[in-house]
Structures are given as structure tokens and as C-alpha cells.
Design a protein. Structure first.
Length: 91
């Protein structure tokens, strides 16, 4: 028997085991992404969990629940600030 065959089998088995443990619940992944965005100073955004492949506005930033759902990032419009009234100069 060639010595590389058992090594290949062990490597494949460990990859399969790690792939199964990499399945994350959507809420956990959403919290991790929000934490990273907040650390970078990003404000006025929403993260939404949607079914994978569903049309949605925004950018897909993560996959969760074994690849059945996606997390979509959408930049929200900044809150409009009231413009100060222009001062009229006396004539």
C-alpha cells in the first residue's frame, strides 16, 4: 500500500468534519457582522436574514444555516437634518 493513501484519507476526513462544524446559526453570524461594522464606525445600516437566492436590495455579506439563508447588508439613508434658516442681512 502506498504511504500517501492513508494520509489522504485522514486529511479528507478532517476536512469533512470541519465543514460540518462550520455551520453557523444566522443570528450568531449577524451579530458578528454587526460587531465588525460597528468597530469600523459604520452607522445607518441594516442586516437582514433572507432565504438564499431571494432577490433583495443590498449586498450579501454572509451565508448561514448550512447555506440555506443569506445575510444582506443595506446602507440606510442618513437621517435628514433640518437646514438652518438663512439669515437675512439688513439692507
Amino acid at each position: 500500500m502506498k504511504p500517501w493513501i492513508p494520509i489522504a484519507v485522514v486529511c479528507c476526513a478532517s476536512l469533512c468534519a470541519s465543514a460540518q462544524t462550520a455551520i453557523k446559526p444566522c443570528e450568531d453570524l449577524k451579530a458578528e457582522i454587526a460587531k465588525k461594522l460597528d468597530a469600523k464606525g459604520v452607522t445607518n445600516y441594516t442586516l437582514t436574514i433572507v432565504d438564499k437566492g431571494k432577490d433583495s436590495d443590498g449586498k450579501t455579506v454572509g451565508s448561514c444555516d448550512g447555506g440555506t439563508k443569506s445575510i444582506v447588508y443595506q446602507r440606510a439613508a442618513p437621517a435628514s437634518e433640518p437646514k438652518p434658516a438663512q439669515e437675512q442681512k439688513p439692507r
